[in-house]
Design a protein around this ligand. Structure first.
Ligand code: CS2
Length: 474
């Protein structure tokens, strides 16, 4: 029997949150926390999602009234749940005015974001707004914005003109000091448009930092078919996630928030140690596995962890190169955190592809690998493992794999990175050319990386990724 189309049976809560970037991650993380918080403690915290570019999620969710299924995949089995907290989805490219109107509506008290690293239009190495970014240039010159910072600034201007308080800007992207980065780009853009507005946002606005964590691989067609079989329901926009979740939030809001603390989120005064731990230990090794695992032809992160060469490499990275750079959050054991990560990465039910994690490396490297490298070098450690990870990224963005096949590199700098790599002579020359990208590699670090990354890069060519990884672990 064909599955019946999923439809809404429970009303969504009244409007409270506009979420920019309604991808799988937020639907499997923040939206579920919010649905549970409303179920536990009530509140008008319904979410209207905004897709900045593509109508795909809207087209799938609209006939379902915003409802979707979240399928939890644990090593021991699977649990399907309906999530009813999304009221609807707007597509910014189609109707920017509707997005601004809702953001400026008094009912909206929080604007949350998962727009990925590149959505902040900042310089990855410094966190500052890139004023030369074409979307930012556009948003300075036009009242109808295209970028996430542009929507926030224009909507805040409308609220100020209407005599309303600002909304809280709640960033849920994997950036260090993400609240400060969001605040910085918003204030810089507002300053270009209206310095009085920038001063008002600086005084009245709130930009709490958060650490978000849940592994959410992209939904694949076979997942949709599997869910139809499991539930008898046809859902065109389900999400797949691991059992684990964590959300650490700086408790600093303009006008209230859902009772996320009642459902396991940690509300704290300072998110920094949690962000560093997560970005360096989870995302840092994720990116290392993504580039090196891709080159070694592993299909998923779980496959990497099933290969003793890669599993030992990750253990080594945590123990010898990453943990020594970290101050643990209060009451947290970093060794225990590594232990839990090992099991999460090895979860065979989660088919998370290196290619997905490899995306946008130019935006990810600074906070995931380069900060740890800089700290390790300053403390006199050699850091060969993370040098190899950087070399793996360089080999990956060169665009050709170990079997001579083209790699589909997705990165805002992809064309420039490939041209730099192709245009330089010799392996050392290619490393030097890529290290000259200042948005990624700041000056003093680039010079320190030249020799060790060149050695690692040469090993990738002469031995191949798996053997080069094997050589790192004692
Ligand atoms: C991953 C993250 O795609 C990636 O870059 O490293 O999405 C990772 O799965 C999440 O941050 C886990 O919380």
């Amino acid at each position: 029997m064909p599955a019946e189309r999923l439809t809404r049976v429970v009303d969504a809560p009244a409007q409270g949150i506009v979420h920019l970037g309604l991808g799988a991650f937020f639907r499997a993380h923040g939206a579920i926390y919010t649905a549970e918080a409303v179920a536990a403690s009530g509140g008008a915290w319904g979410i209207t999602g905004v897709s900045l570019q593509s109508p795909r999620v809207r087209d799938a969710l609209a006939p379902q009234g915003g409802t979707y299924i979240a399928l939890e995949l644990g090593p021991g089995g699977e649990i399907a749940r309906r999530v009813d907290v999304v009221r609807g989805v707007l597509v910014a490219r189609e109707d920017p005015e509707a997005v601004l109107d809702l953001m400026a509506d008094p009912a909206t008290r929080i604007v949350s974001l998962t727009v990925t690293e590149k959505g902040y239009c900042h310089e990855p190495a410094t966190g500052a707004l890139n004023l030369a970014h074409p979307d930012i240039q556009h948003d300075i010159a036009n009242p109808m914005p295209v970028s996430a910072p542009g929507f926030i600034v224009r909507a805040l201007a409308m609220r100020r003109a209407a005599g309303l308080a600002p909304f809280t800007v709640l960033t849920c992207d994997n950036l260090p000091n993400n609240g400060q980065v969001a605040k910085g780009v918003v204030l810089a853009l507002a300053g270009e448009i209206d310095p009085g507005l920038a001063a008002w946002i600086a005084a009245e606005g709130r930009f709490p930092s958060t650490m978000v964590d849940r592994i959410v691989p992209a939904t694949k067609p076979e997942d949709i078919a599997h869910i139809a079989e499991l539930t008898g329901l046809q859902d065109d926009a389900p999400v797949i996630h691991e059992p684990f979740r964590q959300w650490v939030i700086e408790d600093d809001f303009v006008d209230g928030r859902p009772d996320w603390g009642a459902v396991g989120a940690e509300l704290v005064a300072d998110v920094t140690p949690y962000e560093h731990m997560k970005l360096r230990m989870l995302n840092g090794t994720h990116s290392a596995l993504a580039y090196l695992g891709y080159l070694a032809s592993h299909e998923t992160i779980a496959d990497c962890m099933g290969d003793p060469v890669f599993a030992d490499f990750v253990e080594y990275l945590w123990r010898a190169e990453i943990i020594p750079s970290l101050a643990p959050p209060p009451g947290v054991s970093l060794a225990g955190y590594a232990e839990a990560l090992r099991a999460r990465f090895a979860n065979p039910a989660i088919r998370h592809r290196p290619w997905q994690i490899a995306m946008d490396g130019s935006q990810k490297l600074p906070q995931r690998l380069l900060g740890t490298l800089a700290d390790g070098l300053a403390a006199g450690r050699a850091m060969p493992g993370l040098m190899l990870a950087v070399a793996g990224w360089m080999r990956y963005v060169g665009g050709v794999d170990e079997l001579g096949r083209a790699i589909d590199v997705r990165d805002p700098l992809a064309a420039r990175l490939k041209a730099l790599s192709d245009g330089a002579a010799g392996l050392d020359g290619k490393v030097a050319a890529l290290l000259s990208v200042r948005e990624v590699f700041p000056e003093p670090l680039a010079a320190q990386l030249q020799a060790p990354v060149s050695a690692a890069y040469a090993a990738l060519y002469t031995e191949g990724a798996r053997a080069a990884v094997f050589d790192i672990t004692p």
